[in-house]
Design a protein around this ligand. Structure first.
Ligand code: SF4
Length: 441
């Protein structure tokens, strides 16, 4: 067996892609290992979202080049591949700056990895694939070899929204949806391998518009409806959504589809209309408030989460106060928040009125304090309730199991390992900093 080490940066979509790359390379004799030392192949599956992402990849590659040279001295070989969004964005620049790299493969082309490896061996050179062949890769991927209790399933890729701070439309291409029949097939395979929950992934997952074999288009609500019919599958979730794509049928599905969990990650980024416009989000803060009202009407107990960027270019104190007001109005179960940082090539990176770092730090601190208060409030509101929990794994304390509520909160419970993969009612007794604790009811 040859050893394969995949290092994954970034989002769940990259985690899904990394698992698929490992599945693709298994027939070539590669088995996954958890360290680069001694590996026959190393793949860095990169993310371009964070600041200086490319620089971090180059410094990691420098480290791996030394490892590769030592392995060659000892008579071995280490293939070095860069995959993901940095591969897409940097392309040939990667092999120009780090000649030890053998393969550069974009997020839409990694199904070609086996043939790229053969070409690299044949031609003793670098092989690059950074096309956008519109979801062709999904037809070439093998069936999932294994599955956890909760499994990711990519249904949509790319983005047409061009928010002015974001690189995704440039690295992942335009919005494309996989055919529903292919998704249902993969979901059935995952359920057969033990998945009890499926998390549908897409950069704009609620823009899903799947081309069905009968020439009709399926919405995400229709897809969730069909997935609900799969035996063994108890829960369906989806992420990440855009407020503009929250269709009436998807809102209604939250009230009608019992397997669709009452949890929605719906990023708003800011509560100021001026900032939302500068971000090119194409909705106002009040549009978002009205949307949340409609969602809560369909599913009153839904847990809402969001992303926030503070210190976007031009953000005034008043703009920031408007964001705090929006958070107060909505009431989030949890949320992710970041200081604005420039992404090369995006319009916001060249906007005037960039905000000083100390202002960003102060605003982020204030915003996170409010979000944490809301998170604790939401978690505390579950104490005393009996909730259905899906058990995913053993907790770090080996006598306990870790499962999740319908609202995605982690729960720790004393219980037998036979409960893994099962649902059981749990009485929630207390909250600690990062999780709930309860007893089997
Ligand atoms: S909708 Fe999301 S992925 Fe698309 S540009 Fe905006 S932030 Fe990026």
């Amino acid at each position: 067996m040859k050893k394969l080490f995949v290092k994954t940066y970034g989002c769940q979509m990259n985690a899904y892609d990394s698992a698929k790359m490992a599945d693709l390379l298994a027939p070539l004799g590669y088995a996954q290992t958890d360290a680069a030392e001694g590996a026959d192949m190393v793949i860095l599956n990169t993310c371009h979202i964070r600041e200086k992402a490319a620089e971090k990849v180059y410094s990691e590659l420098g480290r791996l080049r030394t490892m590769k040279a030592e392995r060659a001295k000892a008579g071995g070989q280490m293939l070095l591949a860069v995959a993901g969004c940095v591969a897409q964005a940097e392309g040939e620049e990667i092999v120009a700056r780090q000649p030890a790299v053998d393969l550069v493969v974009g997020p839409q082309s990694y199904h070609r990895l086996p043939e790229m490896i053969a070409r690299a061996a044949r031609e003793h050179g670098h092989v690059l694939e950074t096309d956008f062949p519109a979801l062709e890769k999904f037809d070439s991927l093998p069936a999932p070899a294994q599955s956890g209790v909760s499994a990711f399933l990519t249904v949509q890729e790319g983005c047409d929204k061009f928010c002015t701070f974001c690189v995704v439309p440039y690295t992942r291409g335009s919005e494309e949806s996989r055919p529903p029949q292919a998704i249902l097939r993969e979901a059935r395979q995952l359920a057969e391998k033990g998945a009890r929950e499926i998390v549908l992934l897409g950069q704009n997952v609620n823009a899903y518009d799947g081309p069905s074999s009968d020439n009709k288009r399926w919405s995400l609500a229709k897809l969730c409806d069909a997935l609900a019919g799969i035996e063994g599958l108890h829960r369906i979730r989806y992420t990440t959504s855009h407020p503009r794509d929250m269709g009436d049928d998807l809102i209604a599905a939250h009230g009608e589809n019992p397997k669709l969990m009452p949890y929605l990650h719906l990023p708003v980024q800011s509560g100021s209309d001026a900032v939302l416009e500068a971000m090119n989000r194409q909705h106002t803060a009040d549009d978002y408030r009205r949307l949340i009202d409609r969602i809560r009407k369909a599913r009153p107990d839904i847990a809402l989460t969001s992303d926030f960027i503070v210190g976007f270019p031009g953000e005034s104190d008043n703009d920031f106060q408007a964001t705090l007001r929006l958070i107060e109005d909505i009431g989030y179960a949890t949320a992710f928040s970041f200081k604005y940082s420039k992404r090369p090539g995006t319009p916001a990176s060249t906007m005037r009125k960039q905000i000083a770092d100390e202002v960003k730090v102060a605003r982020l601190g204030e915003l996170q304090k409010l979000l944490l208060k809301q998170q604790y409030g939401f978690d505390d509101s579950q104490i005393g309730k009996v909730l259905p929990v899906l058990f995913e794994k053993r907790a770090r304390d080996q006598n306990q199991l870790m499962g999740r509520t319908p609202y995605l909160q982690p729960v720790h419970v004393h219980g037998d390992v036979s409960l893994l993969g099962q649902m059981a009612d749990v009485r929630i007794e207390k909250r600690t900093a990062n999780s709930l604790h309860g007893v089997l009811a």
